[in-house]
Design a protein around this ligand. Structure first.
Ligand code: ADP
Ligand code: MG
Length: 257
């Protein structure tokens, strides 16, 4: 991937996925988790992946970030095709936020350590100022800087996980059910934060959710998955108008009201 100023790294198509197959195991134990997925996401867009549990949504994100190593097809980010290995500079372009902020933060690392180490790994110099700015950007502020995960609520932990993902100044954020482990009362706060950050930092999102109202609120387009396959790609306006073409999407929409 090209290193350099942000404007050189942007591409009209931030993400292109073509005929993606992802599998786990081999022989009789093989699970084909994603089958022939094709979609693309323009720079600055927010793209949703919806479908029932086990339909392959997370596996698509994991294949992009290199966490699901057995895949075929084509994945390109900012115009560059990915091969099997992800170099560190890949993570300056692509970052992921996981569902469970309890599992994703090391219990004995303070917020300052989590953010400071990430910045250090990505070659930032003025780490102190960067940590301070990240904390402000995710709405936590300086008083959280030396806290440990057990001293934070679920929503605060997810803000730290978002700050960590933003630290390398990525262009593309992969969000895997970023609010579904949180209390309903804080879900909207985190979703609003993510919307604001996308606008402020001109980010591109791919957001997995089993909640159609979240995708309706957060995304421009979405893919509906069933059994590892994308059955339909639709504009969010069609989702809001309850107008799906594929019977499975119609079923999903009907079940969500
Ligand atoms: N590490 C793994 N090993 C084996 N099977 C897996 C693994 N991860 C996911 N799967 C299987 O792949 C399928 C898709 O899973 P996943 O992408 O997590 O679905 P979703 O995110 O839509 O709930 C499921 O059948 C799941 O059991
Ligand atoms: Mg999942």
């Amino acid at each position: 991937m090209v290193r350099g100023p942000k404007r050189e790294r942007t591409a009209e198509r931030m993400l292109e996925i073509e005929d993606l197959n992802v599998w786990f195991g081999s022989g009789r134990d093989r699970v084909d988790a994603v089958k022939g997925a094709t979609f693309s996401v323009a720079q600055g867009q927010s793209f949703g992946l919806v479908g029932e549990s086990g339909s392959g949504k997370s596996t698509i994100l994991r294949a992009i970030t290199g966490l699901a190593p057995d895949w075929s097809g084509r994945i390109s980010v900012a115009g560059a095709a990915l091969n099997k290995r992800r170099a560190r500079r890949f993570f300056k372009t692509v970052q992921m936020v996981f569902q469970d902020p309890y599992a994703s933060l090391h219990p004995r690392h303070s917020v300052d350590q989590v953010l400071g180490e990430t910045l250090y790994l990505h070659g930032f110099r003025d780490i102190d100022a960067c940590v301070s700015k990240l904390l402000d950007d995710v709405g936590l502020g300086q008083k959280f800087r030396f806290r440990y995960p057990h001293q934070l609520s679920g929503g605060q932990r997810q803000r730290v996980a978002i700050a960590r993902a933003l630290a390398p100044e990525p262009d593309l954020l992969l969000l895997d059910e970023p609010t579904s482990a949180l209390d309903v009362s804080v879900q909207a706060e985190i979703l609003n934060l993510l919307s604001d950050l996308r606008a402020a930092r001109l980010l591109t999102y791919v957001m997995v959710s089993h909640d159609l109202s979240v995708v309706g609120h957060m995304c421009d387009r979405l893919a509906v998955m069933n059994g590892g396959q994308i059955v339909e790609i639709m504009e969010v306006a069609a989702l809001r108008a309850m107008k799906a073409s594929h019977p499975y999407s119609q079923h999903l929409l009907a079940a969500s009201v």
